[in-house]
Design a protein around this ligand. Structure first.
Ligand code: CTP
Ligand code: MG
Length: 552
């Protein structure tokens, strides 16, 4: 049946899809992305949003025949593409060629009734497929992975690569968002948009942050914001007529209160009516008010904000930096993984460094190379044309949007060298005096006494790492120095690939205790420290604690 579905599909869209599949995500080793004209962020966002609007999410029975499933669905219209994934059950994401097909599918469905529970009827694009005559055998369905490999598998992969450059590229390939995961992210936003549209028919729910800035790792959260610009601007240009479009609106004392009210209502709505939305928390007193919830079917932890256009612009800036040179993403992914492995970052908010701050640090470091690998934000501003001009809430967010107008770097340094130099650079950075500033690409005097100061590129009076404590910064510096040292030692004594011993990037990702046992010959000091720590824990807490420590 599959070929029939293909034949029915729309030729234009398939061709576009193939082109996208060849684009950056899979091209780290060959660098051939340099030859393909690079798409603007806004083009990519619009195209994916439009795709998501033609897509449905279906919870399928465990035993299902893929062919019959597609044959059944294609009676509602031609299918452009589909994939299956597992997340507490089997799900299918099906993209039709035309939006109208979804209406026909919805018309053929009904809201379930059970004796024990009452359903709240909501016409969504999230369906549950119940077969009258279930297939006894499940045909072989290729299920797409939405989570990265286990640490053990990653270590094995890294140990058998031939160079540190290969290790960084392998880690990127394993952890980056797949085409399918990206589609699922846009679809989830689109499903939430359907709910928000009950109040704001012209709203758009836009993904931002690591889901779209090319630095997202499989499993990362889904940041989304409610864009009400269409509603605000509706009729703004109409000057004739007796009625103003919004003839009577409620007013509140500040923009912040308006944001809180909107999010409060949406939070309630997601909680009470949103199919698959669970664990809804309204965090309205934060600096940036948000609603946090789990979208059960996709498995995404979602953060919904509103009025967050600047964050979308910083996602666009990172997208540009990520696309300019294939070394950028490889280095950022490795540094993020390294930080996570040593608990420098956490999924719980607190005094730790965030992934966003780490990405800024890598970008800054790459701007400081000679010749620079990345241009400063100020130089991207000088390349901007009239169309790129952008002021948001009084902040100048102008920079060149067309990637093809930015000259590639002449720098040819290897990833191995960059990794070493990154640790050297930040292991010796004068954090007590200087701030990190990607706008100018140079160190500046710190305007206040925050331990780590990274200037927000657009709201230039803000520090994006204001939350970081002195002790967390010190931990980062100590680990950076230790990692630089390990890489230096390895230069002298590199294990052979066949030895199956963690080396290079793999040894940097080992939690300190394990790493010590692997590098014991090279570092007696570390071995002594481990024994000391174990003895301390025995002395203080008895044998129970010893088991805990050594079991980690
Ligand atoms: N952001 C910001 N200023 C901050 C924190 C966040 O402008 N102090 C914006 C950035 O655009 C960031 C986005 O909000 O990309 C989402 O924040 P967050 O989820 O913390 O970071 P991500 O980049 O999405 O990284 P992660 O994979 O850890 O979620
Ligand atoms: Mg995020």
């Amino acid at each position: 049946q599959r070929p029939i579905v293909r034949l029915l599909s729309c030729p234009g869209t398939v061709a576009k899809d193939l082109r996208r599949d060849e684009q950056p995500s899979g091209s780290v080793e060959t660098g051939f992305e340099d030859k393909i004209p690079k798409r603007r962020f806004s083009e990519m966002q619009n195209e994916r949003r439009e795709q998501a609007q033609r897509t449905v999410l279906i919870h399928c029975p465990e035993k299902i025949s893929e062919n019959k499933f597609l044959k059944y669905l294609s009676q509602f219209g031609p299918i452009n593409n589909h994939f299956f994934y597992e997340s507490l059950g089997l799900y299918a994401v099906v993209e039709f060629c035309q939006k109208e097909s979804i209406g026909s599918l919805q018309n053929g469905t009904h809201t379930p009734r059970t004796a024990m529970e009452a359903a709240i009827p909501f016409r969504s694009r999230f369906f549950n497929l119940k077969l009258k005559n279930p297939t006894s055998e499940r045909s072989r369905i290729r299920s797409s992975n939405q989570l990265p490999r286990s640490n053990k598998q990653l270590f094995e992969l890294l140990c058998y690569t031939e160079s540190i450059d290969d290790q960084l590229n392998t880690l990127l390939k394993e952890f980056q968002l797949t085409e399918e995961n990206t589609k699922l992210r846009y679809l989830t936003c689109s499903l939430i948009e359907d709910i928000a549209a009950a109040y704001f028919p012209d709203c758009i729910i836009r993904p931002f942050g690591s889901s779209v800035n090319t630095f997202g790792k499989l499993g990362c959260d889904l940041d989304m914001f409610l864009d009400l610009d269409e509603t605000r601007n509706l009729g703004a240009h109409k000057t004739s007529g007796n009625f103003l479009m919004e003839f009577q609106v409620k007013t509140v004392p500040s923009e912040r209160i308006a944001t809180q009210k909107i999010l409060s209502v949406l939070g309630e709505c997601l909680d009470h009516l949103g199919p698959g939305c669970v664990g809804v928390q309204k965090i309205l007193n934060a600096r940036c008010p948000l609603v946090r919830f789990s979208h059960q079917a996709s498995g995404f932890q979602c953060d919904l904000t509103t009025n967050n256009r600047i964050a979308l612009t910083s996602s666009e800036l990172l997208y540009i930096y990520g696309a300019l040179d294939s070394r950028v993403r490889a280095l950022v992914f490795s540094i993020r993984c390294w930080a996570r492995a040593h608990s420098l970052t956490s999924s719980i908010p607190g005094a730790w460094i965030t992934n966003f701050s780490l990405t800024m640090m890598v970008i800054f470091f790459l701007q400081r190379r000679s010749p620079p690998i990345l241009p400063t934000l100020d130089s991207l501003k000088t390349l901007a044309d009239a169309e790129d001009k952008c002021i948001i809430e009084g902040n100048n967010c102008t920079f060149v949007r067309d990637l093809n107008r930015i000259k590639p770097s002449r720098n040819t340094e290897t990833l191995e060298l960059l990794l070493k130099e990154f640790f050297e650079y930040f292991g010796n950075f004068a954090f007590d005096k200087n701030s990190i500033n990607i706008r100018q690409g140079s160190e500046q005097n710190k305007p206040d006494s925050s331990p780590l100061y990274i200037q927000n590129p657009f709201e230039t009076s803000l520090n994006i790492s204001k939350n970081v404590s002195q002790s967390q910064l010190q931990k980062f510096v100590d680990l950076a120095r230790q990692s630089a040292w390990i890489l230096q030692q390895e230069d002298r004594d590199r294990p052979s690939i066949s030895s199956n011993r963690p080396w290079g990037l793999a040894s940097l990702l080992l939690p300190s205790v394990n790493r010590k046992s692997f590098t014991k010959k090279k570092s007696n000091k570390f071995a002594i420290e481990t024994v000391k720590n174990l003895l301390e824990s025995l002395k203080g807490n008895g044998t129970e604690n010893f088991t805990k420590t050594s079991g980690k």
